[in-house]
Each structure stands twice: as C-alpha cells, then as structure tokens.
Design a binder for this molecule. Structure first.
Ligand code: TRP
Length: 335
C-alpha cells in the first residue's frame, strides 16, 4: 500500500442532471460541498450516465448537464480547488461498472428501494441500466478511492452496496479499493415546498409556485415568497406546527446568516406580511449574485468548457490508475 499521509481525505459526490437546480439543492447539498473544499480533496460529478436510465430528450440532457455544471460553479464550487467533471467524459466509470457487475448479485440489485420505486414510476421502461444504477454509482465512488460520500437519505442503501462491493473485491484479490463512509453534514437545511410546507421542495412538483429555482428572477422569487402558504397564527416563531413560517425562517437564516433566534426577535410583534416582505427581499439579494455568475458562465461556453476539460483530465488520472489495478487483478492482459 502506498502511504498517503500528506493527502487530504477524498470526497466524491454527484448530481443527476435532471432539471434546474432549486433552493433545496443549494441548501441541502451544494452549500455544504462548498464548505468542504478546503479540508478535503473533492470530486464533484454531473452524473449523465445515470440520467439516461430514464429516457431523456438528448438536446435537453446536453443543456441540463452544462447548466448544472455552471450552477455548481456559480454556487461556489471552485474549479481551482475541486475537480468538477462530467461522468461520461471519464470512460473508466463505465469500464469499472462492468467489472463490478460480475461481483454483484441479482438479488442485491433487486432489493434496492430506489430501483423498486423507479420501476413502478417508469413501468414502461424498466431497463437493465436502471437495475444497474447502484453498481455504476459504486464505480463512481471506488474509482477515486473516496473516503467520504455526502449523500441524502435516499442514497444510503446505494452506499451500503458500494461498501459491500469494495470489501468483496478486496477480499477476493487484495486491497484495491478504499471502503467509503457516508458523510453526514452537520447542518443540512431542509427546504420545504412554498405551497405545501409539510412536503420537501422538489423540482418535479407540478406547482411551480412551490419551488424556488436558482434561475428565478428577483420578481419571481419575491412573488413566490409573498404567496407562500403559512399557518393561520400570527407569531413569527420556529415550531413544528408552523411549517410555513419555520421554512421562511430557515430561508431567511440562509440568506442573511443571522440565527433563527435573532430573526425571531427582529420580527417579534410584527405580522406575517412584514416578515414575508423581508424574506422576499433577502432571498432575492442572496440568489442574485449566484444567478448573475451562472448567466455569465452559461453565456460563455468557452470558460465553462475549459473548466470541464480540466476537470476531466484531473479525474481521469485518478480513475485510470484505479482501473489499471483492477484490470490487472482480475487477469486482463496488460502491455
Ligand atoms: N445517484 C445520486 C443521486 O441521485 C447521484 C450520484 C451518482 C452520486 N453517482 C454518485 C452521488 C456517486 C454520490 C456518489 O442523488
């Protein structure tokens, strides 16, 4: 084993480019990733190979992939600190998936909750790729010898499979893969729907008024917040039975960095109307620079391309090294 004592722990995470990113992504994932960049060696990936397990419109997928990358950078992922790349650009992901497939039981994949859910949702297209989705995810993680993987609740089972595959392979041959751990951020703010604050804000919600998209204009942001659903009380307080006001307090906290307690006292004795107005202004101010940076990038494809090519090169160096080891261990001829 090589000594890696002077190296920072490696983090890898990915996002499937299936829609415009929302305030939910920013608060729950992206903002945390931005903070990890100094302490860890970070790899952030746009998972386009995963995206096609559900039928995609090609032009739309291309557009979304670049938009997602641009939004990552706009939100603070710094390409000089972290490696930002597109999954399909690093062919090793598909190659390692093939090898890992031969170590994965049919039963293991059939038991994945997400597979069961998605096969019901997309019953017209239950393809082998959808079945294999978690193995591809394992390849993503294991190629970079990731120590930690920040994932949401819904991806924990996939990470567990990744750990099993790593251990199985290591046991069968010899130490090859780092066995990754899930990374649970200290505070991942959960942003709720503006129209139904008992539900998580979701980009696939048919009611657009419930979602703050990171591309929304000042006007749209303000209107959505002003029209957000709140309870019938009058106090500005964070509480279980005040889901709407609590959600607005969380947004205000994210936008202003003031503590919830401080915000509550700022608005003691004031009404919902005043509070909503203030949250609307604060959110618009908070998202404006992110959106402006995003627009700059999306309108300057050359800069974005350069960043992604650099990311691909960095990623490939590590991925190729791992794949070479794997190919050697399984007995492929290498010259
Ligand atoms: N499947 C993940 C999701 O839907 C995205 C993803 C793909 C990912 N590859 C990954 C996340 C590797 C973490 C690590 O959220």
């Amino acid at each position: 084993m090589e000594l890696q004592t002077d190296q920072k722990p490696v983090i890898l995470s990915g996002v499937t480019p299936s829609g415009i990113l929302t305030m939910g992504h920013l608060a729950g994932a992206l903002s945390n990733w931005v903070k990890l960049q100094d302490k860890f060696e970070c790899y952030f990936m746009i998972a386009d190979l995963h995206a096609i397990t559900v039928r995609q419109n090609p032009a739309e997928l291309r557009k979304r992939t670049l938009e997602t990358a641009a939004m990552f950078i706009a939100a603070g992922i710094d390409p000089d600190k972290s490696t930002l790349f597109i999954q399909s650009h690093v062919t090793e992901h598909a190659q390692l998936t093939w090898v890992l497939n031969t170590f994965t039981g049919m039963g293991e994949c059939s038991r994945m909750t997400q597979f069961k859910d998605k096969s019901t949702q997309h019953s017209e297209n239950v393809n082998v790729g959808l079945f294999d989705y978690p193995v591809l995810m394992a390849a993503d993680i294991l190629l970079y010898q990731a120590d930690l993987v920040p994932v949401g609740e819904d991806q924990k089972q996939h990470l567990e499979l990744t750990r099993n595959l790593a251990q199985r392979f290591n046991h069968n041959y010899s130490d090859t893969f780092k066995v990754p751990e899930p990374y649970i951020p200290e505070v991942g703010a959960r942003i709720m729907s503006l129209q139904d604050p008992e539900k998580k804000m979701s980009k696939s919600d048919p009611n657009q008024g419930s979602i703050l998209f990171l591309t929304d204009s000042d006007e749209v942001i303000k209107n959505k917040i002003k029209r957000s659903v709140t309870d019938s009380g009058s106090e500005i307080k964070f509480a279980d039975n005040k889901a709407g006001i609590s959600n607005l307090l969380t947004l205000m906290h994210l936008a202003t960095k003031r503590s919830i307690k401080d915000i509550e006292s700022d608005f003691a004795g004031k009404g919902y109307g005043d509070f909503k107005m203030a949250v609307a202004e604060a959110m618009a101010d908070y998202l404006r620079p992110i959106r402006q940076r995003y627009e700059e990038l999306i309108n300057n494809k050359q800069q974005l391309t350069e960043i992604l090519v650099r990311g691909e090169e960095n990623a490939r160096k590590i991925a190729a090294k791992t794949l070479r080891k794997v190919y050697k261990k399984v007995g492929f001829v290498q010259f």
